[in-house]
Design a protein around this ligand. Sequence first.
Ligand SMILES: [Fe+2]
Ligand SMILES: [Fe+2]
Length: 285
Amino acid sequence: MSEVTIVQLTDTHIRPTGERVHGMVDTYANLTHVLQQLRASRQRIDALVLSGDLTDTGSPEAYRRLRGAVEPVAEELGATTVYVMGNHDERTAFATELLGADPAAVDPDTTHDQVVDVAGLRVIALDSTTPRRHDGRLEEQQLDWLAEQLREPAPRGTLLVLHHPPIPSPVAATEYLRLERPELLAEVLADSDVGLIICGHNHLTGAAALAGIPVWIGPALAYRIDTIAPSGRHRGLIGFGYSRIDLLGSTLVATAIEATPAETLYDRPEQDVLDQLAALAAEAG
Ligand SMILES: [Fe+2]
Ligand SMILES: [Fe+2]
């Protein structure tokens, strides 16, 4: 039984009403499909973490659409919502439309870093963006702030969230837009209570490690990159997904959820399956 369950929605790329991403993808429909799936699951979900590229072009209307879709569902689920900046986001609209900040008080050159307690699990979100750039970086003061936060361990450990994965990519365009100098982050994380790092940005599902800590790149909600495209080609494909992050015992586990509509192969009571497995195990001795 999961002690803490977090749903990671990344790269929602919401656009104003009537607009589609790459002229084809209705990203708002993808998002509402997934939110409906979460409601229908009736599973306990403690937090929704939106790990960047929340909108496609940073338009205030797109942030309002996102918030209007996400917040009623989060409220119904009793889930905390954590919004994280991505390179397609715009800091002023992000802060005013999602966080209710006063536009006059927003400095677009200041990063949005945050720490949120989710049932004893500490969620730290870093803003890895720089205005007008698509690659990622963490400023010295952010790393100092992170080190300060991590000085004391949290009751159930820490989940770190940042949009740009701090690991290399086999996809050339993705590698070009990587996080600069991930070794600086590795230095801060060494010997900390961070159990998992979750990211988005790459529009693919992948994993590696940084300072011995697993790094999870969650599938995007907008569309996906073809990770074995013909040599010399860069291809986007229709299809989307998201992730669940569960604290099981003392282990943070990341699991991809395919959301592209698929036909049901079977749908049985869970207890029947467990009983059948137990019978097979007993038979095998
Ligand atoms: Fe993205
Ligand atoms: Fe991105």
